[in-house]
Design a protein around this ligand. Sequence first.
Ligand SMILES: [Zn+2]
Ligand SMILES: [Zn+2]
Length: 357
Amino acid sequence: MTTEPDMMAVRLHGPRDLRVDRVPRPGSPGPGQALLRVTAVGICGSDLHSYQDARIGDTMLNAPLTLGHEFAGVVEEIGPGEALDGEFQPLQAGARVAVDPAQPCGRCEMCEQGHPNLCRRLHFCGLYPDEGSLSHWILVPAHTCFPLPDAIDDAGGALLEPLGVAIHAADLAKIRVADSVAILGAGAIGLLILQAARISGANPIYVVDQFPWRLAVAEELGGIPINFREQNAAAAVRQATGGRGVDVAIEAAWADQSIQMAAEMARLGGRLVLVGIPSDDNLQLTHSTARRKGLTIRMSRRMKHVYPRAIKLVETGMVNLDSLISHRFPLEKTPEAFALNDAYADNVVKIIIDIGK
Ligand SMILES: [Zn+2]
Ligand SMILES: [Zn+2]
């Protein structure tokens, strides 16, 4: 192992001010920690929010912050004492792992009740003040590491994070066999929810977006594409369902007018699951639309212990991650990658940053 004192990290200094900085390498792992050499990082919609505003919701950026929370790496060093991985097995040096970026405390009321996603003392990679993974090295709790089978490559390992978010959203939607579903947003999360809904037996599944190339991927994955720039999407879904609407509508876009659109697509007594994050931190929903239908509205907050299920789905080929990856950049080119993603240029769906190749 080299003993360079420094490493490169992609840090956000302010709105749209992303720089590749030389920063000190993390020190040796403490008890229960692992030092990872990062191999692949995905750029997420929430990273774009941070990039655009230097904040998410009410979480402000107060100092340069390394972004990145969808990642895979190789375990280089493990802290003293016992270190169990996310599967409750001893973590091994040299293991290729995917990392759940959420670090719940495990001992608060919500953690104890089985809702670690609602942990009061949650730490999260890439959310101020916790450093993210767009760097050569990172220290993480061993229990957030999930060893990857050979069938899942590094980029696939990084994409287990959005897949986990999608699995949790599908769980909240309580999708039943032959339920009709509408998904708003054909970004990575929407396309993964589409796959989770298909596996759950949903049919038909409508996918709504404005970008034709994303809708083309959705169609390949078994969705019925609807471009809301070309037609009234809610009317199209109502018409396609004989005026009834869908059993489940899932918003996985920018949570702007898409929330109202989703509510208008849902049937009487239907379920509405909200996954996307609005840039203005406001929920735009006409009260009567939701009230008169008696909708059940569920706000999705990240995920629970779903990595083992995510790994199984990808390993067995039930979920395809490769079709989402539109671009790959080396770490040094991350600012260009964010600019491209921010502009929705070049038919972008999911960008993977390859590190150390
Ligand atoms: Zn993400
Ligand atoms: Zn907790």
